[in-house]
Design a protein around this ligand. Sequence first.
Ligand SMILES: Nc1ncnc2c1ncn2[C@@H]1O[C@H](COP(=O)(O)OP(=O)(O)OP(=O)(O)O)[C@@H](O)[C@H]1O
Length: 400
Amino acid sequence: MATRSRAYEEIKAYLSATCSGNGRHLRAETASGRDAAAVDKLVLSLVDGQKVSDQLFPGATVWWHAHADEPPSADTWHQQEKRLQLTIRYHERYHEFVKDNYLPRIRREGRELIVKGRQRKIFTNICSVYTGSTWSHALFEHSKTFATLAMDPARKKEIMDDLDKFKNGKDYYARVGKAWKRGYLLYGPPRTGKSSMIAAMANHLDYDIYDIELTSVHSNAELRKLLIETTPKSIILIEDIDCSLDLTGARKNQKPAAEDTGNRLTLSGLLNVIDGLWSCWGEERIFVFTTNHVKKLDPALIRPGRMDKHIEMGYCCIEGFKSLAKMYLDVDAHRLFDAVGELLREVEMTIANVAEHLTPKSSEDNPDSCLETLLNALDEAAAKKKANGGNEHDVQGDEQ
Ligand SMILES: Nc1ncnc2c1ncn2[C@@H]1O[C@H](COP(=O)(O)OP(=O)(O)OP(=O)(O)O)[C@@H](O)[C@H]1O
């Protein structure tokens, strides 16, 4: 029997996970019979069996025992999902102490362990022959944070404040009787940093990401199932909403009653899920839609209440350029800044392209040479634009 082992740490983590309500089930039962008041049974899902003892305090021991539960059915599929039960035993004279001191401490320590060791995940939907649409996950390790996101500091602060207000808004949402959720629409041309912004949001909030590939979802019912399986503290992301489905103009020509049969995914299905299901089950979830073509979207999709905050991801502005110069070249001011700023007002260049020009390519490159490279590229773009009769387009030829 292990004492104060890794297993014990794991049990604490499981208890904590249970108490945070992420889908695991915790039940404290009083056993019947002679030891009725003395034995609490904590029943929850574990992935592995454990046998450990622990000290309540010097001279008083508590025993933890994990044992296999009966599988719900004999088929192999369920056997794999066999559950384990966890029982805690101690002398009845310690019951109050266990209940009021020991278990709360274990849960608190467990929560701290989880927060310390927690690695965020990114989920994507896959179609399995056994379970239909389901989530598959990988560790989320995107390095982009608000600190490394070049943009106008005032806009950055506004977005960060908005996210903080949401994250700390549990009481507010309860008070006004609204589901604790918020919708963000990120729109702008390709390569203007939409994915980077989402990564920064997830890192800032410490949320998981559920990246829904709508083209792999075949019906409204499947979408509903997927959304129900998402956990709180998550960003539910639908990228390129205008490309995923015919969610743009089609709705105007279709009869909602005929569409929303549950047999295929439709715009009204999506809206129903957001409005109906979402409002009663959504807790601490953020919905993010992205698009390169905001004007094409059906207004019903992006109205406030569904998409509460619209964030335009535009071409590089002077403030964005200044933060890139600081990040890439470690310069706060330079004689070429004004000329660059002037040209950025005139031509459209993505942050991605500005960053590329500011990246030193050899050991001989320095802030002067990188800024000159950028200035030349901007000059060239301005000349092209002039030759083009003033047509707006990304000077580096990004796809629109
Ligand atoms: N604000 C920014 N600060 C720093 N780097 C950025 C910023 N925006 C974009 N980048 C860089 O530019 C590249 C493209 O950005 P990203 O993939 O986030 O754009 P996107 O709008 O999601 O593109 P697409 O529409 O093609 O998916 C990335 O390498 C990213 O690191």
